[in-house]
Design a protein around this ligand. Structure first.
Ligand SMILES: *Cc1c(COP(=O)(O)O)cnc(C)c1O
Length: 383
């Protein structure tokens, strides 16, 4: 896949300015909690590092640039960023949310925010009619994840954004799986983009971080107020790591896409594999929408064996040598995961099964190692 829209130049230069005090080309790690004032109230715009930190500000500028947004905000984790969005709401408000989203988002909504009087209605957002049908006068937010985790369902961002606009409600898209290299939800009409920067943006499995990108000044001011008031800010070292990660996002994503395509094709023809979930297949039920809103299909996929027992899945999960058995995704190294007992264990079993997330489902984050080694590893593990 070619680098459409000169994404490489954009990612490398996003938020990068030579340090004004020395000319350092890389943004320094401003490891400080406070800033000296020359007289009471006389300072250089920096008072206390929960509210202002130059390393974080450089990253927040980069976040805005990579999602074609006016504003970016960094948080201590993806769930902290999600939590900040939910804090825009008041008791009695309703949220229409994707029924098969990230387990940690579901846990945050159902165990934390429901108690605060927010009502969540979970629907299959891959059919936008379900979203339209769930809207009421109290709906203030639509929460979408596309592609979803781990079933790779696709939601039409433009269509959901139109529903949101009609009802004057915020549309927030968790863009973690696609990354800004493959998809820019604000360009399709979404109000807010959320990322777990822990994944593709950081890209090296060495940092926990989240972010929000948006264009609306009023919402940005509210979210900045929430960010500094609740204090879930990332430290400057972590900001530096994500700034560095973003510089190679396009190169990594290109390889994730190439490897993903090869692995998906390999698994699909494997006699022991029953089904592969990957949105790049032309017979994926929303492939046309994926093609419309994404520049490629990435390295995330799931599959089930014909023997869909937990025992058979466990054998594969325990036998890989290049794939490490671990939660998370989006790093340079390949990871294999068992959603039912790992990432999605916080979702009740009946709901998991009803959503199509089988006990034996295996999720892959295909890394950027050499494709033939990745495939050989799966071959020996599946047997
Ligand atoms: C990991 C993840 C999150 C949560 O982010 P953290 O950085 O782990 O808090 C949210 N959504 C998706 C899709 C994720 O993969």
């Amino acid at each position: 896949m070619s680098n459409k829209n000169n994404l490489g130049t954009k990612f490398i230069h996003a938020g990068a300015h030579p340090d004004p005090s020395t000319g350092a080309i890389m943004t320094p790690i401003y490891q400080t909690s406070t800033y000296v004032q020359s007289a009471p109230g006389v300072h250089q715009g920096y008072e206390y590092a929960r509210s202002q930190n130059p390393t974080r500000f450089a990253l927040e500028e980069a976040f805005a640039v990579i999602e074609n947004a006016k504003f970016g905000l960094a948080f201590a984790s993806g769930v902290a960023a999600t939590d900040a969005v939910m804090r825009l709401l008041v008791p009695g408000d309703e949220v229409v949310a994707a029924h098969d989203m990230y387990g940690g988002s579901f846990r945050l909504f159902s165990k934390v925010h429901e108690k605060m009087g927010i009502k969540f209605i979970y629907v299959d957002t891959s059919d936008v009619n379900n979203v339209a049908a769930a809207m009421t006068a109290k709906t203030k937010l639509i929460w979408v994840e596309t592609p979803t985790n781990p079933l790779m369902n696709i939601t039409d961002i433009e269509a959901v954004s139109a529903i949101g606009k009609k009802h004057n409600c915020i549309v927030c898209v968790d863009n973690t799986f696609a990354s800004p290299y493959l998809q820019n939800p604000l360009d399709q009409g979404a109000t807010i983009v959320m990322h777990s920067a822990t994944k593709y943006l950081g890209g090296h499995s060495d940092v926990i971080q989240g972010c929000l990108m948006l264009n609306d000044q009023t919402l940005r001011d509210q979210l900045y107020f929430i960010q500094k008031s609740t204090g879930a800010v990332p430290g400057p070292q972590d900001c530096f790591l994500v700034l560095r990660g973003i510089k190679t996002l396009h190169v990594r994503m290109q390889r994730h896409c190439e490897n993903g395509e090869q692995v998906a094709a390999y698994l699909r023809q494997h006699p022991k594999v029953a089904k592969v979930y990957w949105c790049g297949f032309t017979d994926h039920h929303n492939h046309d929408i994926a093609k419309k809103q994404m520049r490629g299909f990435g390295g995330m996929m799931s599959f089930v064996l014909k023997d869909d027992s937990v025992a058979a899945a466990t054998k594969v999960l325990s036998s890989t040598k290049i794939f490490s058995l671990a939660e998370s995704l989006g790093g340079v190294e390949s990871l294999i995961n068992h959603p039912a007992s790992m990432t999605h264990a916080s979702i009740p079993r009946e709901q998991r099964i009803a959503n199509g997330l089988a006990d034996g489902l295996i999720r892959l984050s295909v890394g950027i190692e050499d494709a033939e080694d990745i495939i050989a590893d799966l071959a020996q593990a599946i047997g």
